[in-house]
Ligand binder design. Structure first.
Ligand SMILES: *[C@@H]1O[C@H](CO)[C@@H](O)[C@H](O)[C@H]1NC(C)=O
Ligand SMILES: *[C@@H]1O[C@H](CO)[C@@H](O)[C@H](O)[C@H]1NC(C)=O
Ligand SMILES: *[C@@H]1O[C@H](CO)[C@@H](O)[C@H](O)[C@H]1NC(C)=O
Ligand SMILES: *[C@@H]1O[C@H](CO)[C@@H](O)[C@H](O)[C@H]1NC(C)=O
Length: 756
């Protein structure tokens, strides 16, 4: 943490003088008061948000009767983030059991009752332990008890950076680690030392990426490894010493940086499937998105490509349980990251590949085979929710095809979980899947979906459309007590006619203390999401949480304008080349609709905030006073100021090239830039603006924030710059997150707070 809690709660007011040129006005008087959050036992404050426990995705064992649950909770008092792993029996009321281990490691299942646990020791080596669970189920006389035997050390890894563990029941552990060009895990430590002691700190590049997301790219790349991890007949576990680089001799790198993890590969008994950037573009990574899928033996060999070669990005490759079919998500267009993802199935026996969701206008986000392999479960955004769907897998066609002839039951995914936002699918025996789910009112929890056997039978036997009638049962409940009595808003949907009379959706959250009919009683904030190919979904966020704004007393409006995902591909695609166009027609119309519909809103106390594309939107609105939003203050977090410069300075160049119709110097792009670059309209700026930027934001370098601040200052517009030197495109550090909220709400309060 950069600042102590006390300092960060006070803000930097004493260190950063307010603008001496500010006119004497009521706003000035308000600014001089020291700002405090709205607090109280019934208020969910920013501090509560930061300190609320965070439940990770559950991982069940093969038998599907126990689940591992990562859980972390930050404490300002201790200045410590407690990271623990719990185990809970599924379908039992026995309390989750906290593993008796040092905080902060990674765990995975070895078998039904044994876990492996990987943790860095005090001697700075990465150790692997086995831990046997002990379980006494509940009886009529006693409650059930879960405990464990003491952990047993199995061995150490050659590095401390091994991660993303997946265990194959055939006795191999597959994981990722980063290696030097020799690809050899056992030489990494030595080469790390040589690199650290090279006598200078220069980084030299002949090709992109030179930096990515929040770090400068070094000499190492990600690769996948396998090592023997097997139980002897006398139940003793043995950890091998030979680490096989499964991608040796290729130009492949998986998981794919910067966000790839266990979703980028999967293991069956014999094989490992993975996605990697197309090696043909190894020197042009920054402007290509094409990723190929390969399969390789679990002990190595020559990887075999499964993709056709004409795809764009691929994600989430998976193998079915018996290992004779693979599936992944595939996009069509190289150089775009938001075209429609489709499910592709690959029959490994027949060597035939076919697309399953060619005709479905939604974009699946993750997928998994059912345990028996006859169905595929997947998540997809749909009208600002992330739902779980299922499709039966048709028999494999004769030849590979992207558009197979399919009867209706294979074309219409059946929704299973329709509310809020699901993720982290895992299929379990007996017609069940495990998911994580969150909403505006509750952070992620683990849920068990039951009764899918009956649904699958119905789908198989009927040609009519079928409905899921099973149960969705909550497994974890770590945070409920902390949220009790806070009365968080569920969010209400609204629809209005946007640009070209297309139906556009948004959310509104009423403020704490809202009473019907109290006219002009509450300030209002418009939140603008990033992407722009993203959406405000009925989902929990630890960064931009609409309820935190509502709890501070603001009517909170979150609109999904043109470019947003989950409303069909045409709506998402329509923002390309039109950043300053249709989305702002949508936002103006939605804003008008809200002001007309809620007399409780005081439109003289309106503010807006956005990050990334949302920050572009703030800078764009600054330059377009004729939109008449009437905002009294703006907040721009990591936003685009100069789009042309951004087309050169961002690391993922494909993104600009796609959305601005070419490179910054291309004719088409130049025209779009002339129309839609915020810097071209700075002369019209006039609204007080807070600018926030992270110095490790390499997607949108901090000079965009600094540039906007310099413009505001020279125009004598009340403005403030907040820099987080150690944050990337997101503010993740707990203390910084609280400071972020402090500065944002303090800024709003200065201009639209109650004058008393
Ligand atoms: C436990 O209680 C149930 C219902 O009260 C009863 O049917 C069952 O026989 C009891 N089991 C034992 C082992 O006592
Ligand atoms: C990796 O390096 C070690 C130590 O230099 C060496 O013994 C081993 O043979 C190398 N492995 C491979 C696969 O080259
Ligand atoms: C979660 O805990 C809260 C109280 O802390 C309780 O009211 C609620 O019923 C629990 N929900 C589940 C699904 O266990
Ligand atoms: C909770 O919020 C709703 C909607 O804002 C409001 O109608 C209700 O009175 C609130 N309940 C409590 C107990 O504050």
């Amino acid at each position: 943490m950069r600042f102590s809690f006390a300092l960060s709660a006070l803000g930097l007011t004493s260190q950063v003088p307010l603008q001496p040129s500010l006119p004497e006005s009521s706003t000035m008087t308000t600014a001089q008061k020291s700002f405090q959050f709205v607090e109280g036992p019934d208020v969910f404050t920013p501090k509560d948000l930061v300190e609320l426990g965070r439940t990770g995705a559950g991982v069940a064992n093969q038998a599907g009767d126990f689940v591992l649950i990562p859980y972390s909770k930050f404490s300002f008092e201790e200045k410590k983030n407690h990271k623990n792993i719990y185990v809970a029996p599924l379908e039992s009321s026995v309390q989750p059991f906290k593993l008796p281990l040092t905080e902060g490691g990674e765990a995975f299942w070895l078998n039904g009752r044994t876990l492996a646990y990987v943790l860095e020791s005090e001697q700075k080596t990465l150790e692997i332990f086995a831990l046997d669970l002990l379980y006494e189920p509940a009886t009529n006389e006693s409650v059930g008890v879960l405990s464990s035997k003491p952990p047993v050390l199995l061995g150490t890894f050659p590095t401390t950076s091994a991660s993303n563990f997946r265990y194959s029941t055939d006795g191999y552990l597959v994981f990722s680690d980063s290696v030097y060009p020799d690809g050899n895990l056992t030489t990494v430590k030595e080469q790390d030392e040589a690199w650290e002691n090279r006598g200078n700190t220069a980084l030299v590049y002949d090709h992109t990426y030179e930096r990515h997301w929040d770090h400068w790219v070094g000499p190492k790349t990600q690769s996948l490894f396998s090592v023997r991890l097997v139980q002897d007949p006398d139940h003793k576990w043995t950890f091998g010493s030979e680490f096989v680089n499964l991608l040796a001799g290729t130009e492949h790198s998986s998981p794919v940086e910067p966000f790839g993890g266990t979703d980028d590969f999967d293991v069956s008994k014999q094989s490992v499937i993975y996605t990697t950037l197309d090696p043909a573009f190894k020197d042009e990574r920054a402007w290509h998105t094409k990723q190929n899928v390969y399969i390789v033996g679990i002990t190595g060999g020559k990887p075999r490509e499964l993709t056709s070669g004409s795809q764009g990005a691929t994600h989430n490759p998976v193998l079915n349980h018996v290992g004779d079919k693979a599936a992944w998500l595939e996009l069509d267009e190289d150089g775009y990251e938001s075209d429609r993802a489709k499910i592709v199935i690959y029959d490994l026996k027949k060597n035939v590949r076919f697309t399953l969701t060619q005709k479905w206008d939604r974009s699946p986000g993750s997928l998994v085979f059912s345990k028996e392999g006859e169905f595929i479960y997947f998540t997809a955004g749909d009208h600002a929710k992330v739902k779980v769907f299922v499709l039966p897998i048709p028999s494999t066609p004769e030849k590979s095809t992207t558009d197979p002839q399919l009867s209706p039951k294979y074309l219409s995914p059946v929704p299973i979980v329709k509310d809020s936002a699901s993720s982290g699918l895992q299929s379990l025996p007996y017609g069940r899947i495990l998911i994580s789910k969150s909403s505006f009112t509750s952070p992620n929890d683990v849920y068990l979906v039951k009764g899918l056997d009956a649904l699958q039978t119905q789908i198989t036997q009927s040609d009519e459309s079928v409905k899921f009638s099973g149960e969705v049962e909550q497994v974890t409940n770590f945070t409920a007590s902390d949220l009790e009595g806070k009365n968080l808003s569920k969010g209400e949907e609204f629809w209005f006619k946007g640009a070209d009379d297309i139906d556009v959706q948004g959310w509104i959250l009423k403020p704490k203390g809202w009473k019907k009919g109290e006219t002009k009683a509450f300030p209002v904030v418009l939140l603008i999401h990033g992407g722009p190919q993203g959406a405000w979904e009925d989902q929990w966020s630890t960064r931009w949480n609409p309820n935190v704004f509502a709890q501070q007393g603001y009517f909170t409006v979150a609109i999904n304008p043109t470019g947003s995902t989950s409303f069909g591909q045409a709506f998402t695609d329509a923002i390309a080349g039109d950043w300053g166009g249709k989305p702002f027609v949508d936002l103006q119309k939605g804003w008008k609709y809200i002001l007309e519909s809620y007399p409780e809103i005081d439109s003289d106390r309106a503010v807006a905030a956005g990050a990334s594309w949302g920050g572009y939107a703030i800078n764009w609105i600054q330059g377009h006073p004729e939109y008449n939003f009437g905002f009294k203050a703006l907040v721009c977090h990591d936003g685009v100021f100069d789009s042309s410069y951004n087309g050169f300075s961002t690391e993922e160049l494909f993104f600009f090239n796609h959305d601005w119709r070419g490179r910054p110097w291309d004719k088409d792009s130049e025209q779009v830039l002339r129309k839609f670059n915020p810097v071209n309209f700075v002369h019209k700026w006039g609204t007080p603006q807070l600018v926030i930027h992270g110095s490790k934001d390499y997607r949108l370098p901090e000079t965009d924030g600094i540039g906007a601040f310099h413009a505001l200052q020279q125009l004598h517009i009340p403005s403030r710059l907040v820099i987080f030197p150690n944050e990337n495109h997101w503010v993740l550090n707990h203390g910084n997150s609280l400071k972020w909220h402090y500065e944002v709400f303090r800024w709003f309060d200065q201009f639209v707070g109650k004058k008393d």
